[in-house]
Design a protein around this ligand. Structure first.
Ligand code: B12
Ligand code: SF4
Length: 583
């Protein structure tokens, strides 16, 4: 097994390699020989809105890294996303030169089984392991393979096919989510597009997988505001939406690039909106007014813990409650992330941190157990101290049930009890996330109305908030009907009246949409009662043929609807090649 093996450029030009890039096989989110019910293929339902029942946000996300590699490789590449085990076997029989398996630590057993199948059914095929699971110590001995890629994958795969790793990066046009439902109600219009300006984060918080996996540095795919703007414009024109989900660990950290993006939007009078991840110090340095101009509608922030014992420099000197209030006042929804069962926690003091996270009054809160994952500084520290629970199967290393290290104060199922209690209490006190998101949009609309800034960029932001309020207000009767308690029922009622006073009284179209939303919610309630609420993503197969790509032709994904999926997949968008910059 070698860590890197190059084909010569001449060879690769003569006959492109045939490469299959695959995500791990389903079903997902069920207890079986290969997985656990906690490993749901849904970001919010997994670890954010999981306690909110019918009100939980239900989105599926593709294995984006694979499409990025495929779109940037001089090879014939097929991407197989969300396959079943048998679908993966059928694909193997086509006889690829190499199979790349992307996996994360909790999917270790699935990756091992896939590698075993490759060796058995297609012995001449090389196996390349990539994704965060590749960081598992000694993985090269544990899983049959020829190469292990620990870190950024595009450059490595380019070297593997004999291509220059420094070739310009092409950003594929992809939906950020495949399916979007809340209370079973489909979110209207095309889903936001995906934007990956780069990978990694320089902050290197001790527990953070992504920062450590990418070498505690940031690797930019789109280095300037202009490159981001050009990429956004092309993707937006192709997909018919100006909304983007930025998959970048700390987008505002590069202040200059984000400011340049605002300038580009103003220069072209084209105003995109963005969902971002960022840390407190980067947000404060960038400024909330700039975030409004940038069009940030949602921001994911890691507050982690109240106490200064955790010493996360990113949060020093910042009042989280005040920051969240200001962001929401400007119409920016906040996801606050908190960590439970940290080293300083005890059953006596942990509730203080839970209440702190509830008290910041974000739109939604993620609670995660403190989980040392391979390659992180925390993993190394806990290993040195002999605390790691190597007896706990990797399928359980997901942070939503067991601790994967021995915390003397939290034996048995105590971590899970605190975790579940935290999610439930947050929901009961702050109401559903969808209620809070509508409230944030209303607050933002009010603030921007009062500012009376008639610059085109601010007028565009005001108009976006107005449309968002009207679009989301359709959900208020559903929220009332399925409220967690009287408090939420009353809040939804009051917010509805306020919107009708502030923006517009209900018209016939609103009444029809509200009736439809309630019908969807009743159907969803029945579906969950009869069949449970596990949703399996459909299999997606996309071929990136080198000859077609060279002619500028776009690959079309083939969506193979999973028989267990109750509804067809939405947003069957063309995965298109989008040059980074062309002007
Ligand atoms: C989108 C996402 C998901 C999606 C799943 C998408 C999918 N189809 O698999 C959802 C929301 C469903 C999800 C769920 C979970 N996730 Co998740 N997820 C992410 C997230 C936010 C973005 C991933 C991404 O697209 N990044 C952008 C791309 C470009 O980067 P990339 O995927 O890392 O790919 C690059 C390299 O890794 C490499 N590479 C990747 N694959 C391959 C394959 C080959 C062959 C090669 C050569 C290279 C290569 O090349 C790529 C380009 O450089 C990351 C955090 C993050 N910011 O990365 C967490 C993350 C990957 N998830 C994680 C976890 C733990 C989970 C969950 C268990 C939930 C949880 N408790 O957090 C569940 C499990 C679901 C399941 N059953 O598998 C962890 C993994 C930790 C680890 N060390 O293994 C991460 C890192 C979050 C974290 N900080 O802890 N997740
Ligand atoms: S700021 Fe966020 S992304 Fe960056 S290292 Fe810390 S936890 Fe990771």
């Amino acid at each position: 097994m070698s860590m890197l093996q190059n084909a010569s450029p001449a060879e690769s030009q003569a006959k492109p390699k045939r490469i299959l890039l695959s995500g791990v096989f389903g079903p997902f989110g069920v207890d079986d020989d290969f997985g656990r019910k906690e490993n749901i293929m849904e970001l919010f339902h997994n670890q954010v809105t999981k306690a909110q029942g019918l009100a939980s946000f239900r989105f599926h996300h593709r294995s984006f890294g694979l499409y990025f590699i495929a779109a940037n490789l001089d090879a014939d590449v097929a991407v197989l996303d969300f396959p079943s085990r048998s679908r993966f076997i059928a694909e193997l029989r086509k006889g690829y030169d190499a199979v790349g398996i992307s996996f994360i630590t909790p999917n270790y057993v699935k990756a091992r089984e896939m590698a075993r199948l490759v060796r058995e059914l297609s012995p001449g095929t090389e196996i390349i392991l990539g994704g965060h699971g590749a960081a598992i110590e000694g993985v090269e001995e544990l899983i049959p393979c020829d190469h292990v890629v620990k870190g950024e994958g595009i450059a490595w795969m380019r070297r593997y096919v004999g291509q220059n790793p420094a070739d310009p990066i092409f950003h594929p046009a992809l939906p950020s989510t495949e399916m979007q439902r809340i209370f079973g109600v489909p979110v209207p219009g095309p889903t936001a597009s995906l934007l990956v300006p780069g990978v990694g984060c320089v902050n290197a918080c001790n527990f953070c997988s992504t920062s450590h996996f990418f070498g505690k540095k940031y690797t930019a795919y789109l280095s300037t505001g202009k490159e981001i703007f050009d990429t956004c414009r092309r993707i937006a024109d192709l997909r018919g939406t100006d909304a983007f989900f930025i998959m970048d660990e700390n987008f505002l950290k590069d202040k200059e690039r984000a400011l340049e993006l605002i300038a580009e939007m103003e220069r072209h009078q084209r105003f995109f909106t963005f969902h971002v991840f960022s840390s407190c110090e980067a947000i404060v340095s960038f400024g909330i007014e700039n975030m409004v101009k940038l069009g940030v509608s949602f921001c994911w922030i890691g507050f982690e813990s109240k106490t200064d014992k955790t010493s996360f420099a990113k949060n020093n000197g910042i009042d989280p409650r005040d920051l969240v209030r200001q962001l929401r006042d400007f119409g920016i929804s906040v996801l606050g992330s908190g960590i439970l069962c940290m080293e300083h926690h005890t059953p006596e003091n942990i509730q203080e941190d839970i209440d702190f996270m509830i008290g910041i009054e974000a739109d939604t809160v993620q609670f995660m157990l403190f989980t040392p994952l391979p390659v992180t500084a925390l993993y190394k520290r806990h290993k040195k101290m002999g605390l790691l629970r190597m007896d706990l199967p990797f399928e359980e290393w997901h942070g939503q049930k067991h601790l994967n290290w021995r915390h003397p104060a939290f034996p048995g199922d105590l971590p899970e009890q605190f975790l579940n209690g935290a999610f439930r209490k947050e929901y009961e006190i702050n109401s559903s996330t969808i209620y809070r998101v509508v409230e944030t949009a209303v607050r933002g609309y009010q603030t921007l109305s009062v500012l009376r800034d008639d610059s085109p960029i601010m007028q565009s932001r005001l108009e976006t908030l107005r449309s968002r309020v009207l679009e989301y207000a359709v959900m208020l009767p559903v929220i009332r009907a399925h409220a967690v308690n009287d408090l939420e029922r009353q809040r939804a009622q009051e917010l509805d009246s306020k919107i009708q006073e502030l923006i517009a009284p209900l018209g016939l179209k609103d009444i029809a949409l509200r009736t439809a939303a309630r019908a969807f919610a009743r159907w969803w309630q029945l579906r969950v009662a009869l069949k449970g609420d596990v949703l399996q993503p459909a299999t997606i197969f996309t071929e990136f043929r080198l000859s077609e790509r060279r002619k500028g032709r776009f690959p079309l994904p083939l969506v193979e609807v999973n028989p267990f999926v109750p509804q067809g997949i939405r947003g069957l968008d063309v995965a298109a090649m989008v040059p980074v910059s062309s002007d």
